[in-house]
Design a protein around this ligand. Structure first.
Ligand code: ATP
Ligand code: MG
Length: 169
């Protein structure tokens, strides 16, 4: 079992996490995916609802927030997400646990660095743990076994193309 981090500004972190989930599910193993800071109906949610071994739950909201917008509501939603992950990993049912966007949630201050590092330390031998999101804290990079840093070389967004259905969401 390993602790994986997909971070960086380039596109592909969440979609890679769902790719790994598919691979795990294909071997008949179970996956739990918690999406932090997200409440919109991303295409992947509908798609994986048809796959018996993958469960997804969102612990976010449907608006885009900035660091200065953080409120008790956002902190509470994030806490609910981490508590659910605790229960899921403790159940021993899951081969892979994905904490999608937890790294950027930590950078926003929605969850403490210690809470995330404690979670990793306590559960790293119970399931494969995959944490995604931009701006991974150096302390979490240190704790991980596998870190992929996706760098942005180009993205259509920078030439004014807005988010596209099926590609960005
Ligand atoms: P994806 O969900 O497409 O795999 P991601 O998880 O790497 O991307 P996030 O950092 O979670 O990307 O970004 C959230 C949203 O911004 C997603 O809709 C994503 O597709 C899009 N995005 C990712 N990278 C970039 C970028 N460099 N410029 C603009 N938009 C991006
Ligand atoms: Mg993402």
């Amino acid at each position: 079992m390993a602790v994986q981090l997909y971070t960086g500004d380039g596109k592909g972190k969440t979609t890679a996490a769902f790719g790994l989930a598919l691979r795990v599910a294909g071997h008949g193993q179970r996956v739990f995916i918690a999406q932090f800071m997200k409440g919109r109906p991303y295409g992947e949610l509908q798609a994986v609802s048809a796959i018996p071994n993958i469960e997804v739950a969102q612990f976010g909201w449907d608006t885009c927030i900035h660091r200065e917008d953080v409120s008790e509501f956002h902190i509470q939603r994030t806490r609910e997400g981490l508590e659910t992950c605790e229960r899921m990993v403790a159940s021993g049912r899951y081969f892979l646990l994905v904490l999608d966007e937890i790294l950027i949630a930590q950078w926003f201050g929605l969850v403490g660095l210690e809470e995330v590092s404690d979670f990793i330390s306590r559960h790293r031998h119970q399931a494969e743990l995959l944490l995604t999101g931009r701006r991974a804290a150096p302390e979490l990079i240190e704790l991980a076994d596998l870190v992929t840093d996706m760098s942005c070389v180009k993205h259509p967004f920078d030439s004014g193309v807005s988010a596209r259905e099926g590609i960005e969401y």
